[in-house]
Design a protein around this ligand. Structure first.
Ligand SMILES: Cc1ncc(COP(=O)(O)O)c(C=O)c1O
Length: 238
């Protein structure tokens, strides 16, 4: 789910805003003036390697770090203040343990690719185009709908769809999970798509990747396969 904007966050707040932007950074505009602590991961929109979590702090967050003394001991890896000053070295490449330089180089490569792809606006455009493509398909496909009903809350990176309750005539919706499992199995067997079932705690459905690394043409090519998997399942009589 996407939070459409940060307008609801007060400019004169006394607290800190913590934002998990893991799947949003580089694919959606972020209201930086409203965010004090933001995180994201390289493996998401830029398609890099997992392992490193990125942390972006506002001056207000730094101020809080310098003035707040937690009453409990903090593990060394989480400490950002030393001797009353911010440990700025960690933001410049000083490390406690050994990070993967291959992952670092890959992240730099991702940034070069991003610059060549029109920069931030280009990446946002690619992800939004992917969402639009899927939205047009959902619009004309009776058995599927967006998990997020309000369009402005639909993520363009993690495109979450649900299969309509009771499709296939079972109003209890019991058919949903089995249907999804069968569709996912068929698509994997055809090597069309892997791991596209909805998140385990979500209603039965599909989760499509729409991040900037995904070519619109590939997503477009997937859609008829989803219909095929759905119809094949119907013929199989689950
Ligand atoms: C919103 C959000 N938060 C956190 C995570 C976990 O990211 P990581 O595996 O890099 O810790 C994900 C990944 O799916 C995510 O989408």
């Amino acid at each position: 789910v996407r939070i459409p904007d940060g307008d609801w966050i007060a400019d004169d707040r006394s607290g800190l805003t913590l934002c998990d932007a893991t799947s949003a950074a580089f694919a959606m505009p972020l209201p930086w003036a409203k965010l004090d602590v933001a995180t994201y991961s390289w493996q998401k929109v830029l398609g890099g390697e997992a392992q490193h979590g990125m942390l972006i702090l506002s001056p207000r967050a730094v101020e809080r770090l310098l003035t707040y003394r937690p009453p409990w001991p903090l593990p060394k890896i989480f400490r950002l203040v030393s001797g009353g000053t911010l440990s700025e070295g960690v933001f410049r490449g000083d490390t406690i343990n050994t990070p993967s330089m291959l992952a670092v180089e890959d992240a730099l490569d991702g940034l070069r690719w991003a610059a060549d792809s029109g920069g931030l606006a280009g990446l946002i455009g690619r992800a939004e185009r992917n969402l639009e493509l899927v939205a047009a398909w959902v619009e004309r496909t009776p058995w599927v709908e967006f998990l997020a009903r309000v369009p402005s809350t639909r993520s363009c990176t993690s495109i979450c769809l649900r299969l309509e309750d009771g499709l296939g005539g079972d109003p209890s919706g019991r058919r949903g999970p089995a249907l999804v499992a069968r569709m996912v199995e068929l698509l994997a067997a055809e090597r069309v798509a892997y791991d596209i079932a909805s998140y385990r705690d979500a209603p039965p459905g599909l989760r499509l990747r729409g991040g900037a690394t995904v070519e619109a043409a590939d997503l477009e090519a997937l859609l008829p396969w989803l219909e095929w998997a759905y119809e094949t399942d119907g013929a199989g009589g689950l």
